[in-house]
Design a protein around this ligand. Structure first.
Ligand code: DI6
Ligand code: FE
Length: 407
């Protein structure tokens, strides 16, 4: 290997699950290997026997398992209030209509978020982020979508960006102003959509507050035509798109996302053959969200077997949000993806590493232990990657390294 600098760090005596595709061993497992880190980047992945013996800056990992840092590519981490009481009401037999009439559901979170100061939103989101980071998450996506006006959407995105400043973590903020029609526009959803396309999206994009635009395309959200209008406006500004699509019904949203060269089609329980073909053709990532499927007690599973057959990359994410997936645990999401959707544990790992990276436009730099990739990795007190999937809640995390720095 090339000459080392004195400040390069060798993390030696590890068992690597590189998650590099096409390697002969499952998970890209490599026994007795070392990671060489220069600054924030992986300089090399080498057999233990090839590492220089006299290098001063080295850490002996004593045979521990090392994986790429985990990536949660779909979260709604920033919001005010919670919906625990509403959930309890529902289980006590109070009807959805009654709860809605009392201002419950997504509107309750919109009101609470609008009424929260940035400081409060930041404090709450920090606690949630802490739990994801403690499980080994080094990159995550955070959506807006509980503000639903220019000021409150900006506030949410500012908080997401602030979290990245305050923590050793990489955050990809997404604009989800088209999450729901706010109460004040109930009679005129198209006028709200015009506001999103013509004012909210361009102005917050100009401020550099987000990386991509998302939409809830559903019979209880925005129509396919409205979704296309949003995508046209986004693409005209050079903004990548993605979508919450085919979650509760088939609207053709996944094919539309693919047609606009979107990053990912998320949920996709009701994805049909046309949608699958479009995704395969355009390289759209399928983001599976088993937490929402579980919490809503859905029946229709995403077409995993066909996705697999078509070679469509499958990511797995928490969808952490107060209404449909109140689970800030990526290990639990991996477990659910296996138990409920039939992914293999290796597919679940790919889903929170290289495929999640791809869903965030970071596939060439994140989610694999490979020379040239960012030095984000996790050292586990575990022997095999299946353990974190098998037993969520045990969390054998030993050390979390972000951009070459142990924390
Ligand atoms: N799909 C969902 O299930 C959630 N949002 C979305 O686009 C619902 C979010 C909430 O109820 O707060
Ligand atoms: Fe979501």
């Amino acid at each position: 290997m090339q000459q080392l600098h004195p400040n390069d760090v060798i993390w030696r005596n590890a068992r690597l699950a590189t998650m590099v595709p096409g390697e002969s061993a499952p998970y890209g497992l490599k026994e007795q290997h070392a990671l060489v880190v220069r600054g924030q980047t992986l300089l090399a992945v080498v057999p233990e026997s090839d590492t220089p013996s006299g290098h001063h800056n080295s850490v002996d990992l004593q045979g521990r398992l090392v994986t790429p840092g985990l990536i949660d590519c779909h979260t709604h981490l920033v919001f005010g209030g919670d919906r625990a009481a509403e959930w309890e009401q529902r289980l006590n037999g109070i009807s959805y209509q009654t709860i809605s009439a009392q201002g419950g559901g997504i509107n309750a979170t919109v009101t609470a978020t609008r009424n929260s100061t940035p400081e409060t939103l930041l404090r709450l989101a920090q606690q949630r982020l802490q739990r994801l980071m403690a499980e080994g998450v080094t990159t995550l996506e955070i959506k807006s979508g509980y503000g639903l006006n220019a000021e409150a959407e900006e506030k949410m995105l500012q908080v997401a960006n602030q979290l990245a400043q305050d923590n050793p973590v990489d955050i990809s903020p997404t604009l989800l102003a088209a999450h729901a029609v706010p109460a004040e526009y109930r009679q005129n959803p198209d006028a709200y959509l015009a506001l999103v396309c013509e004012e909210i999206m361009p102005s917050l994009w100009q401020k550099g507050l987000f990386e991509a635009v998302d939409v809830f395309c559903e019979n209880v959200g925005f129509t396919l035509a409205q979704t296309e209008r949003l995508f046209q406006a986004a693409v005209a500004l050079g903004i990548p798109v993605k979508g919450h699509v085919e979650q509760l019904s088939n609207q053709g949203g996944a094919a539309l996302v693919s047609r606009y060269k979107g990053l990912s089609a998320d949920h996709i329980e009701y994805l049909d053959e046309t949608g699958i073909q479009a995704m395969a053709h355009n390289g759209t990532v399928a983001v599976l969200l088993p937490g929402a499927f579980y919490f809503l007690q859905e029946r229709q599973r995403p077409p995993v077997e066909q996705l697999r057959k078509q070679g469509i990359p499958m990511a797995v994410a928490t969808d952490y949000n107060p209404g449909t997936s109140p689970f800030a645990s990526i290990h639990l999401a991996m477990n659910m993806a296996c138990v409920q959707f039939g992914l293999t544990p290796e597919e679940a790992w790919a889903g929170v590493t290289r495929h999640a990276a791809q869903a965030l436009g970071r596939g060439a730099t994140h989610g694999q232990l490979q020379a040239g990739y960012v030095a984000d990795f996790i050292v586990w007190d575990a022997h095999h990657p299946v353990e974190m999937v098998y037993e969520p809640g045990r969390n054998p995390l030993y050390q979390r390294i972000f951009r070459g720095e142990g924390v």
